[in-house]
Write a protein that binds this ligand. Structure first.
Ligand SMILES: *[C@@H]1O[C@H](CO)[C@@H](O)[C@H](O)[C@H]1NC(C)=O
Ligand SMILES: *[C@@H]1O[C@H](CO)[C@@H](O)[C@H](O)[C@H]1NC(C)=O
Ligand SMILES: *[C@@H]1O[C@H](CO)[C@@H](O)[C@H](O)[C@H]1NC(C)=O
Length: 248
């Protein structure tokens, strides 16, 4: 039943969120037109999925732990089994943060350069990144979406979404001393039965139409909280690397 999670655990020592929304609801089709469905293969040619989001016509942002071989991005998709009007684009270059740590999952951020520019339309749009001093605070409720596993362990064909509450840093520090609130966001009330799961990794944590976080780490339990990458702490890195990925 938990095939994908087990495979991920075999590859990565720390539990990463390969892509699943637990106890969420199906999103209204195309209500989150920045969402990207990502497929990649590991060194054993095992297939994995992640989420991502369009930040420039030719760049998708995701988690660094979603790096692998033959990465492809699908835009404009709600049900991944229905191939109508989608944009399926291969990835020609990727830049992960040089300080990404496979064990602690800090600096879990990656940019994917698309082979062609995405064609923007009603179903395919970019999402804004935060401003320098945007600081997501405990108590704030934002939305995350993904095609990861459902509460019953099946991978979802349709985009699922769930609202999650930002927690105090102590809530995540209790789970792991590696949690760092200056570069991560602690998300998901332990008292609520709502969470991301395997396969939701790389998806955006969206507050007021701004991508503030990237789904990154669980703490080896299905129960929340989770640690997400705090995007506002990476703006200089993002600007530098996006310039580097400029069309020649
Ligand atoms: C990856 O892409 C290469 C070249 O396009 C192809 O030969 C190979 O079979 C692909 N690997 C997987 C696992 O799909
Ligand atoms: C899991 O739930 C989904 C959605 O309700 C359903 O489509 C799927 O068949 C279920 N899978 C299993 C193994 O029960
Ligand atoms: C948290 O991350 C920042 C930025 O990378 C770093 O300067 C700081 O030392 C880290 N704090 C801890 C406790 O590791």
């Amino acid at each position: 039943m938990f095939l994908l999670p087990l495979l991920l655990v075999a590859v990565l020592p720390v539990s990463t969120e390969g892509g699943k929304i637990l106890w969420g609801t199906e999103a209204k089709p195309h209500s989150q037109p920045y969402m990207a469905f990502i497929n990649y293969y590991d060194s054993k040619s095992q297939k994995f999925r992640c989420g991502g989001f369009l930040v420039r016509e030719d760049i998708v942002m995701t988690a660094a732990h979603c790096n692998g071989r033959n990465i492809t991005v699908t835009l404009g998709v709600h049900n991944i089994k229905k191939q109508k009007n989608i944009q399926h684009i291969s990835v020609v270059d990727s830049i992960s943060h040089k300080d990404f740590n496979h064990k602690t999952l800090v600096n879990d951020i990656m940019l994917l350069k698309l082979k062609n520019k995405a064609q923007l339309n009603n179903d395919v749009q970019k999402i804004d990144l935060p401003k320098k001093h945007d600081w997501v605070k405990p108590g704030q409720v934002c939305t995350v979406a993904g095609w990861g596993t459902l509460a019953n362990g099946s991978l979802s064909n349709t985009l699922q979404e769930v609202n999650l509450e930002v927690q105090k840093s102590q809530t995540c520090l209790k789970m792991s001393k590696d949690y760092n609130d200056s570069i991560q966001i602690c998300v998901g009330n332990p008292k609520e039965k709502k969470a991301t799961g395997k396969g939701d990794s790389g998806g955006p944590f969206v507050c007021h139409n701004v991508a503030q976080g990237i789904v990154s780490r669980n703490f080896n339990t299905i129960k929340p909280p989770r640690a997400f990458t705090r995007i506002s702490s990476f703006l200089p890195w993002i600007q530098e690397k996006m310039k580097l990925l400029q069309q020649p």
